[in-house]
Design a protein around this ligand. Structure first.
Ligand code: ADP
Ligand code: ZN
Ligand code: ZN
Length: 693
């Protein structure tokens, strides 16, 4: 079947030709027609939702069949022939195709660029992988020994109310589960899932539950919990850390309906799940649900769309919901269920206190108050977590003599000093350099690190507490596959006295002996240009604070405490954190947003442009802004992005705003057509509902 390029003579062509309309992974916003010729006379035509291998330009590529027709508008001599149709895979469902269609429409991307990358690579490969072998792995996957079964916990009143509300919810029901850290949201998820799966089983119906988590590092812990709770129940996991072979196996388990629970990060929202009956989104506010390149989707928003499409419940869990979800709950569109207290007996929320850094000057980044609190933990054999959202040793290296600083030659950013690796590293373009022995400008050999990252804090702690077991967890310390898990295991085993980490350690983990959290330098976020910075900081602080005291107060042990070092102890954000008062904080923010005309009261899209010269990018955006005029749509001035140059590329952006989502969508659709037709050397991309602006 390699003779596809040569057209068959007219006479042998079947009278009733069959054409397949394919979605292919290309930036061209169209579907592609191919002729399908049966190999045998009685061969049934392909079905919608199957995959087909076709010639495309000089390569071969796989696409999804989105229609089977008997006529094509493409001139016959231009229509190429399908090379092969993958027959051994049940077709993707109409519901899955609609999900992709919605995502493509909403985020203004070509359909093929949504559908095809959502499938495992091995499935799209030119040489069809044998599904048998995949399927064998699947059997092995399910035969994996389960951990010792753990019985379901007795629910408290709040949890019971939550499980019941979700389980009896008829049809589409978005439920915001607002529960403080440690309130037992996981237990609610598991028992709700159990309830739905049992009910389906009793009715003889297949069922699947999708559980989304924000971070790949949280999957092993939850996976362990699920396996212990549901021994023998087939579970699939989907995240970017899987090797291609594994990804195919797990994806197939989901697509074939064999996996009952699918646990994954944001990409799992695009999995094919033919029997989906319930979606759970843990930490629904988390920014990592937003994909930041390619199809820039919000997994949370797509999950909600999916639940509506299938008429099923969707649970959004968080201690600090996104303002979008909170507002929906306030307006009655979502049902809200609150869990106000920690579930473990004796476990209360930690006391949050502020340390005024103007009065208690830190040494090595740590104030004497905090040092005293750490000592108290070391004496009792309890754990401390120090949170600093900045990795590396110091954010910049500088020369006092001449003012030289370690600028990245390719970005408008500093090269960060990484001392253990003996490198300067740019966190934006990944450029690495050896640490200069002397100042490149004046020759001064006494170069100074300015500021403080996790590596430097770790070093300071080692000097202050030489006997303590200190561990740093951040993106640098966990580069190797499996190393993050190993590090978390060490903490869980109790082999760590002081843990230093970035936001990686703030989320989800349940450290049993942790009674102290120290937050070293959160102030920068108070003055960010990003209007969401406050919301994010609040969520981060609540979350990291939530790591303390989860096991409950131990006899003779220290009470659980959170100390925040700040230069602005009067700032209202810290007041709200001390009061653990999300509702008040959210009410204040929503009022501000409404007055300022910001989301969730405004809908936005951002056109980004990249070029060698900044002016070129700005000019392109100006032209784009002038292409169309629309009542109700605000087209702002093009501006350079805050981080203007990355890897020698200049970047600018244009913000579009509208109070009506449908009106914005209608505008974007027309605008995109015009933009695609306009020829330009500038690389551009559109983001709908941008989060970083
Ligand atoms: P969250 O996700 O809300 O932060 P978790 O689900 O991690 O909280 O639960 C925190 C702790 O509470 C866990 O150790 C869990 O085993 C325990 N827990 C949950 N529900 C109950 C309950 N009903 N009774 C006692 N302990 C519980
Ligand atoms: Zn110098
Ligand atoms: Zn750089």
């Amino acid at each position: 079947r390699k003779c596809h390029a040569t057209l068959k003579p007219e006479s042998t062509r079947p009278v009733n030709s069959t054409f397949l309309k394919l979605a292919l992974d290309t930036p061209l916003d169209q579907v592609f027609d191919y002729r399908w010729v049966p190999e045998r006379e009685d061969e049934a035509p392909p079905e919608i939702g199957q995959l087909a291998l076709v010639p495309f330009g000089r390569r071969e590529t796989s696409g999804v069949i989105i229609d089977v027709v008997h006529q094509s508008d493409v001139p016959p001599e231009k229509v190429k022939e399908v090379l092969a149709v993958r027959r051994n895979l049940p077709p993707l469902s109409g519901q899955w195709l609609s999900l992709c269609r919605f995502a493509a429409d909403y985020y203004q991307r070509p359909l093929g660029e949504v559908m095809v990358p959502a499938l495992p690579k091995n499935l799209r490969a030119g040489t069809p992988v044998s599904l048998e072998r995949a399927l064998k792995r699947l059997a092995k996957l399910h035969a994996a020994p389960d951990p010792t079964p753990v019985a379901a916990q007795e629910l408290n009143a709040g949890q019971r109310q939550a499980v019941e509300a979700i389980a009896v919810a008829p049809g589409f029901a978005p439920i915001l589960l607002h529960g403080v850290t440690g309130s037992g949201k996981t237990e609610v998820y598991l028992q709700t899932a159990a309830c739905l799966l049992q009910r389906a089983q009793a009715a003889g119906q297949p069922a699947q539950v999708l559980i989304l988590v924000p971070e790949i590092n949280l999957t092993p812990q939850l996976e362990q919990n699920i396996r212990a709770r549901f021994p023998g129940l087939p579970l699939a996991t989907l995240h970017s850390g899987l090797a291609e072979g594994e990804r195919l196996t797990h994806w197939l388990a989901a697509h074939l309906g064999q996996a009952s629970i699918i646990l994954g990060t944001r990409l799992a929202v695009l999995a094919s799940l033919p029997h989906l009956k319930l979606i759970i989104i843990d930490e629904e506010h988390d920014p990592s649900y937003k994909q930041q390149e390619g199809l820039r989707y919000s997994a949370r928003d797509l999950a909600i769309w999916r639940a509506r499409q299938l008429d099923i419940p969707v649970v959004l869990g968080s201690a600090t919901p996104s303002l979008e979800s909170w507002q929906h709950a306030q307006s009655g569109r979502y049902r809200r269920i609150d869990l106000h207290e920690r579930a473990v007996r004796n476990a209360v929320l930690p006391t949050v206190r502020l340390i005024d850094m103007e009065r208690d000057k830190p040494s090595e980044g740590i104030t004497s108050t905090l040092i005293g609190a750490i000592k108290a933990r070391l004496e009792k054999g309890e754990q401390t977590l120090l949170f600093l959202n900045r990795r590396g040793y110091a954010p910049v290296l500088s020369c006092d003599a001449c003012g030289w600083v370690s600028n990245c030659p390719r970005c408008t950013a500093f090269m960060v000093l990484h001392k253990p690796e003996h490198r300067l590293r740019c966190h934006h373009c990944s450029l690495e350099q050896r640490i200069p022995r002397s100042c490149p400008t004046c020759g001064n050999v006494d170069l100074q690190p300015m500021g403080r990252g996790t590596q430097r804090v770790e070093e300071g702690l080692q000097q202050m507490f030489p006997q303590a077991r200190i561990l740093r967890i951040d993106a640098d310390s966990t580069r190797l596959k499996g190393s993050a898990q190993a590090a978390f295991d060490t903490v869980h085993r109790g082999d760590v006295d002081i843990l230093v980490g970035t936001q990686m350690v703030a989320k989800g983990h349940d450290f049993q002996r942790l009674t102290l959290v120290g937050v070293l330098n959160p102030d920068t976020a108070l003055f960010s240009h990003d209007y969401r910075a406050g919301e994010r900081l609040f969520a981060q602080l609540m979350q990291v604070a939530g790591r303390a005291g989860r096991a409950g107060q131990q006899d003779g042990g220290n009470p659980s405490e959170v100390w925040i070092q700040t230069r602005y102890p009067q700032h209202p954000l810290y007041g709200a954190v001390m009061a653990h008062d999300y509702a008040r904080f959210a009410a204040g923010l929503l009022e501000e947003r409404e007055q300022a005309g910001l989301p969730p009261y405004m809908h936005q899209a951002l056109l980004r442009a990249e070029a060698r010269e900044l002016q070129e990018a700005l000019d392109f955006l100006s032209t784009a802004a002038g292409l169309m005029d629309h009542p109700g749509i605000t087209i702002n001035e093009p501006i350079p992005m805050t981080l203007t140059r990355v890897a020698n590329t200049e970047r600018a952006q244009l913000l579009i705003e509208c109070v009506s989502r449908p009106a914005l969508q209608a505008f974007l659709r027309e605008w995109m057509k015009a933009l695609r037709a306009a020829r330009t050397r500038v690389r551009w991309s559109l983001e709908v509902d941008p989060v970083d602006i």
